[in-house]
Design a protein around this ligand. Structure first.
Ligand code: NDP
Length: 295
């Protein structure tokens, strides 16, 4: 299969590209910078979609970049890097003479309202209560191609756990020094997925013709994981204590109140349709997922 991947140079994109190539697929990235096996977003808009069988979008400015102040300019970048790239790919698919068979977008579980108790499946409502939920709504709306023969799948991902980037890369140093701990109360749910499973779900969605619509990208045991439990498990995997909670005010001071919600609150999310679609998780449980990552 020839697969075009927007934002394929990033943390998730590198893992997905490796998996797709190991399964014999050809991968072309769409990036802000040209290079081998890449086209730029400008080339996409001028020349259209290269001949391909499937398209994925993973592009997006890192929301939790601690070096970027949470303000209007950054918010606009967070939105446009997701919605405009998704729209560009959807328009290219709609205009293609030979449309691809599959179109997969990765968004986030921020679609669902944070709650310590509610459990969400792909059928649960959401998408209209705060910045992140509205972002996911407009991101997913940008992917829609009315009347298209191309099969559409959206994977709503939890926090992606992997070795070479994402949340864990920022946590490893303090945890290795024994300075890690839960954020805020630590009671908030921590929806997570191992990077191998997120890549696996995207690949499954590309290869299996019967898969369409929303799939939650979280581990099956994720609804039972709190932020505090995650901190304990990460510390245990590293053989270090996790005694130092990060107070909520400090998280707000670094990230800004609106963005801190992502860390201080969380959702219990079930991968109901993902499991029903036949996807078999490699890392359903947190201890094994973390041992794999920190080994
Ligand atoms: P990365 O932060 O690694 O970024 C992915 C790619 O997006 C980059 O390699 C870059 O490609 C492109 N990109 C970054 N900023 C911009 C920008 N301002 N304009 C256009 N393109 C940009 O993301 P991840 O791999 O971690 O995540 C992939 C997708 O999954 C993202 O959309 C993210 O929101 C979503 N997601 C990720 C989660 C996580 O825990 N990592 C959790 C839930 C959802 P290039 O430099 O080649 O242009």
């Amino acid at each position: 299969m020839r697969v075009v991947v927007g934002g394929g140079t990033g943390f998730v994109g590198r893992a997905l590209t490796q998996l797709l190539r190991s399964r014999g697929h050809q991968v072309t990235h769409v990036s802000r910078q040209g290079g081998k096996d890449r086209i730029t977003w400008e080339e996409l808009s001028h020349s259209g979609l290269p001949l391909c069988d499937a398209v994925v979008n993973l592009a997006g400015e890192n929301v939790l970049n601690p070096f970027r102040r949470w303000g209007d300019a950054f918010c606009r970048e967070v939105i446009s890097s997701r919605v405009d790239t998704t729209k560009a790919l959807a328009e290219a698919i709609a205009a293609a003479e030979q449309p691809p068979r599959a179109w997969v977008l990765v968004t986030g579980v921020g679609f669902y309202r944070p709650s310590p108790t509610a459990e969400y499946t792909e059928d649960s409502p959401g998408g209209d209560f705060d910045f992140f939920s509205r972002l996911v709504s407009s991101w997913e709306a940008a992917a829609l191609i009315p009347g298209s023969p191309t099969r559409g799948v959206v994977v709503r991902s939890g926090v992606v756990l992997g070795r070479d980037g994402g949340a864990i890369s920022q946590m490893l140093l303090p945890f290795r020094l024994g300075l890690g701990g839960p954020m805020g109360s630590g009671l908030q749910p921590f929806p997570w997925i191992h990077i191998q499973d997120l890549s696996g779900i995207v690949c499954h969605a590309l290869e299996k013709e019967s898969v369409r619509g929303i799939l939650n990208g979280v581990a099956p045991s994720s609804p039972g994981t709190s932020n505090g439990a995650f901190a304990q498990e990460l510390a245990a995997a590293l053989g270090r204590p996790a005694l130092l909670p990060v107070p909520a005010w400090a998280v707000r001071a670094v990230f800004g109140a609106e963005r801190a919600v992502m860390l201080l609150q969380g959702q219990r999310v079930l991968p109901k349709r993902t499991l029903e679609s036949g996807y078999c998780f490699v890392f359903p449980e947190l201890p094994a997922a973390l041992r794999d990552i920190v080994a």
